[in-house]
Design a protein around this ligand. Sequence first.
Ligand SMILES: Cc1cc2nc3c(=O)[nH]c(=O)nc-3n(C[C@H](O)[C@H](O)[C@H](O)COP(=O)(O)OP(=O)(O)OC[C@H]3O[C@@H](n4cnc5c(N)ncnc54)[C@H](O)[C@@H]3O)c2cc1C
Length: 461
Amino acid sequence: MARSRQRTEELSGWGRFPVVRGVVHRDEDLSRACAGAALTRGLGRSYGDASLPAGETDIVACSVRADRILALDEARCVLRAEAGLSLAALEALLTPRGLACPVVPGTAQVTLGGMVAADVHGKNHHVAGTFGRHVRALRLALADGGEVEVTRETDAELFAATLGGLGLTGHILEVECALMRVPSAWMIVETEPVTDIAATLTGLAEASAGWPYTAAWTDGLARGSAAERGYVLRARWAERDEAPAMPPAAPRSWRVPPIPLTEALVRAHHGRHFARAARRRGPRLVSPAQVLHPLDAFAGWNRLYGRGGLVQHQGLLPGPDPGPAVARLLATLAAHGGRSWLTVSKDFGAAGEGLLSFPAPGVSVALDLPGRPTTPALVDALDALVAEAGGRIYLAKDALTRADVLRRMEADRLPRFNAVRDRVDPERRLRSALSVRLLGDAPAGGRAATAAQRRRRETPR
Ligand SMILES: Cc1cc2nc3c(=O)[nH]c(=O)nc-3n(C[C@H](O)[C@H](O)[C@H](O)COP(=O)(O)OP(=O)(O)OC[C@H]3O[C@@H](n4cnc5c(N)ncnc54)[C@H](O)[C@@H]3O)c2cc1C
């Protein structure tokens, strides 16, 4: 049976900007797919160009056919699996066993390799840290073709650089990580309406003092007295005596028709959604998917942003009192005429060991910006503010940040990351569109992009 296929394809991240061409190698044998590849990608749920090739001739290994569970030790709560295993498949396996993945991002449509390479965080970052904290071992295919088992003990620097390293230190073939026991297959959730951004941040901090899962949504399109309205979500696993014996039905997904939305339609939707959230009081018993991966109920929602795609700007405003910086961020957005169709805030606990991981103490604000010709200038302004505040951006979401701005934000961390790359990949055989844009890697040896192609790539339509 032919299980290996290589062909040239158009590729994008979840934001559908930029769109590039590259040679995709799909193979259920991930070692074979990675041989000669410049990058590995999973389910393409990073938003910008982190999972995109640096040029048409670069090979991108796609991991999703390599999805076998290699070991599940239920007594010790340890899993080992191939990097292409999806979180959705993993959750379906774990839930009936009273187990869960200790850190999950807002979508289950990600692979284990992608979770390591972005060092993802969840709504429980303030108690559980990033996914990397729970990773025990990685099997990597290095740029020179050799394969190594990497742990904190065997090579602490390579291990730390690979957590959040966006595939630039090696192809992740296998992941061994800790799991956690959960008392039931259900969660208890509460939402608290808030009227402005100061109340949002206070509510988030109060919620995180007592609850393991927290996040806040702000209606970025509301006007007048409703501007900045939102709600804070707090959730926990339901105890056994609070939950039905039956697990919730498997999460269902409604395919969104690929018809671009106008801002007026989104505003009307938010009007109903936020008003309903404001009426809801008291605890509700829900399926974990409703808390952990709410947007997965709407398959293909990224297409609602139309031809220009979606640019997500996720910045960390650091420190114990990030309120003034968050207010300045939203004021900058408004001053540039920008609108965020969805704004999600999350407070973070201590930073982990990943050399380029995103979370650190402070508040993360994610702005979903429709791709327009003016979006690069808007992102420049938002980045300047984040840099000024001493913060950083989440590279797995980024498409437009400039190299000099990243160097400013990451002046302390980049040299350590680069030193690991110098050791394991001095010729920079592993590279991506992002690493060319931000880290100074050479573009693929193929045809140089024309000025028109560059403009198309760098400016949303
Ligand atoms: C709706 C939505 C909600 C999200 N919510 C969150 C959130 O709450 N928290 C959060 O942290 N993130 C969040 N994300 C981002 C997402 O979790 C990350 O981008 C994740 O990396 C995507 O996994 P993937 O398998 O799709 O990886 P891809 O997008 O395919 O790749 C992401 C990066 O990982 C690298 N990579 C992937 N697989 C491998 C491998 N086997 N070996 C080496 N490198 C590899 C790629 O080269 C690329 O640099 C969200 C994304 C979406 C679409």
